[in-house]
Design a protein around this ligand. Structure first.
Ligand SMILES: C[S@@+](CC[C@H](N)C(=O)[O-])C[C@H]1O[C@@H](n2cnc3c(N)ncnc32)[C@H](O)[C@@H]1O
Ligand SMILES: [Zn+2]
Ligand SMILES: [Zn+2]
Ligand SMILES: [Zn+2]
Ligand SMILES: [Zn+2]
Length: 616
């Protein structure tokens, strides 16, 4: 687990001038001694173990050590100690090696069949650039950097939250232009993204478009005003060529006509839906949502679990939100919202296969060549996806101070503020969006035809879970901007935990008194398993997974004959991975702390890796 640079490792607030370092490791820093002390048990069990000088596995002395390159999980003062320790270490070491090899042979790379489009998303919103931790960290005074243009590629981008957070987080001193290439082969997600971007420009002269867009992003029902905004936008978009869209969005959105075809099918279907709730032929999203919730066994477990972490007052409001799905900047009444939100629908998710097939299906659908039931546009938000999970609740609170009548209101204000900033950037001509519906593995071919510069950041969502890290690094390394020493490819892994035995803490072994002791010290109420995962160092298990993933190759990449050591993983394909065991990530925390983020997702599996070009 690591924390955004410049923030306290306990409360994650911005650090004051005088800071309090951890007395055992060189990485953790706190705002006060009280924060340091409150974090002692957790941090001591997790990062401190990883970051501080290691204990020799043979003689027990702490100091400079050599790592066992077989398992990456034993340390020795010198080769003498290693030789003495070997008889005791042998079994564990060989066991880990055998496991990595075996895992690499049968690595589960799930296919993305029949999934719902990611209209809401399932990972924390990220600031792609983090200029203050990167380019501007060393060059705060240099005007040149403040004017520089940045290029970001988001492959498998899903919805707009990362783009919105990035654009809204640009520091005031930065006056340059930001180019974001959004790539996702899902035409539904992209239709929604392009619609939202267009609306932000089309209605920029109103003072409510940012707020209305937040509502349209998340609310099940909407007012007539929001519905009319959508309808007018769709009517116009459906008529446009790519060039006209570029002009009408004042240069904001650029895409190819061949991609636009698919978006238009989606827009046409949204426009044709009967959204007026009092009509008998209406799409009745409320009913559809209820059926989805009722039939989702995971929701039955996860929703109560989610609610149990939240304080009583907010819990009640979120319980009600599970019922009504309204998302407004005030306590809205259902009866005042006469329309269903057509942008929460897509083609019947259980019938579609993502990738190229979706698009073929869409065209067939449009030509009325698929059975009516399959072609229907239905409510398609996966019941486990909820808006509060994807915006870091520590940041939401920081930027939306004061008391709010409900979490919905607080989150609505937060997202609206971000969208306001994005709007102003767009109006200054400083945000430019390029859209591509290519399979991200084919994106480099597409990139060549665009005469675009290389990228300062390449984010790859968790596509690594599906295609493996080797294929992603081979695909995207040639697209990194080698003139920028801060250029990086970010890969994420979410599904690894299930593949490595032992990687989950055994919650049963935590005594009640241990739990009570911790509860007194943390800022938010806890439940057993979030506490356990925050206090359990599963990084050694992730290492095993990572080595197996690199060893496996796949999708045209050769597998490796020898099990790669962590040192060689870090240099895979001539790249330099920022060592998460030294807390070196500069863009995305390697792992988020969960206990203090009670509104955020309650599985803590996401791991982010940052890959750079070698220096010099
Ligand atoms: C990998 S999924 C996971 C969801 C993601 N964590 C989020 O919160 O949006 C993210 C997006 O990647 C897209 N995607 C997956 N594989 C892709 C590929 N090979 N090329 C382009 N997009 C891809 C999916 O359509 C989806 O919208
Ligand atoms: Zn603090
Ligand atoms: Zn420490
Ligand atoms: Zn020793
Ligand atoms: Zn070993």
């Amino acid at each position: 687990m690591d924390v955004k640079p410049g923030h306290c490792w306990c409360c994650e607030k911005r650090l004051p001038q005088r800071t309090v370092p951890c007395d055992r490791c060189p990485v953790a820093v706190y705002c006060t001694t009280s924060c340091r002390d409150r974090d002692k048990v957790r941090h001591g069990a997790v990062e401190c173990e990883i970051f501080q000088a290691k204990k020799c596995s043979a003689c027990g002395k702490r100091g400079e050590t050599l790592e066992c390159s077989g398992c990456n999980d034993a340390w020795y003062c010198d080769t003498d100690c290693q030789r003495h320790g070997w008889p005791f270490h042998k079994a564990k070491c060989k066991g880990i090696m055998a496991f990595v090899k075996q895992l690499s042979l049968k690595l589960l790379r799930p296919k993305l069949f029949g999934s719902f489009p990611y209209y809401i998303g399932n990972t924390m919103a990220k600031d792609f650039l983090q200029l203050e931790n990167n380019e501007l960290s060393a060059n705060r005074e240099e005007k040149v950097h403040a004017m520089q243009e940045y290029h970001v590629l988001s492959a498998g981008c899903g919805n707009l939250r990362h783009t919105v957070l990035t654009a809204a987080s640009l520091p005031d001193m930065y006056q340059g232009k930001l180019h974001v290439t959004l790539n996702d082969y899902d035409p539904f997600v992209m239709a929604r993204n392009v619609l939202f971007l267009f609306m932000l420009v089309r209605f920029a002269d109103t003072d409510y478009i940012a707020s209305s867009l937040t509502t349209i992003w998340y609310s099940l029902h909407i007012s007539k005003r929001e519905y009319d905004l959508i309808k007018t936008s769709l009517d116009e978009l459906i008529q446009m060529s790519a060039q006209q869209l570029h002009d009408a969005s004042k240069g904001l959105v650029r895409l190819l006509d061949e991609d636009l075809i698919y978006l238009k099918v989606v827009w046409g279907r949204w426009r044709a839906l009967e959204c007026q709730r009092d009509k008998t032929t209406s799409i009745n999203l409320r009913q559809q949502r209820k059926v989805l919730f009722d039939n989702c066994p995971f929701a039955k477990v996860n929703h109560p679990h989610y609610l149990s972490r939240i304080n009583e007052k907010d819990r009640k409001m979120i319980e009600e939100w599970f019922e009504h799905g309204l998302f407004f900047p005030y306590e809205a009444k259902e009866k005042d919202m006469p329309f269903d939100n057509p942008t929460l629908t897509a083609q019947n998710a259980s019938k579609i296969i993502p990738g190229k097939d979706v698009r073929l299906f869409l065209l067939l659908n449009n030509a009325q060549a698929v059975p009516h039931e399959d072609a229907r546009f239905v409510y398609c938000i996966q019941p486990l996806r909820i808006p509060f999970e994807v915006w870091d609740c520590l940041r939401v609170r920081e930027h939306t101070p004061g008391s709010h009548s409900s979490p919905m209101v607080m989150y609505h204000k937060y997202v609206t503020n971000l969208l306001q900033k994005v709007k102003s950037l767009i109006l200054q001509g400083r945000l430019l969006i390029h859209v591509s519906l290519a399979n991200c593995l084919d994106f480099p071919n597409h990139h060549q035809t665009l005469s675009m510069p290389n990228y300062d950041r390449i984010f790859t969502s968790n596509v690594a879970d599906y295609v493996g890290i080797p294929r992603l690094l081979h695909t995207f390394k040639p697209l990194l901007n080698d003139n920028n020493s801060y250029s990086a490819i970010v890969t994420e892994s979410m599904n690894w935990l299930e593949t490595v035995p032992g990687s989950k803490p055994d919650v049963k072994h935590i005594s009640d008194s241990q739990l009570a002791n911790i509860m007194n010290r943390t800022p938010v109420p806890l439940i057993r398993d979030t506490w356990a995962s925050d206090n359990f160092n599963n990084t050694p298990y992730f290492l095993q997974y990572l080595r197996a993933d690199i060893m496996a190759g796949g999708l045209g990449m050769p597998s490796l004959k020898k099990i790669p050591s962590f040192e060689s993983v870090k240099k895979y394909h001539g790249m330099e991975m920022r060592d998460f065991r030294k807390g070196l990530n500069k863009l995305v925390p390697f792992q988020y702390q969960r206990n203090k983020r009670e509104f955020n997702k309650n599985n803590g599996h996401d791991r982010a890796l940052e890959w750079c070009l070698p220096k010099g």
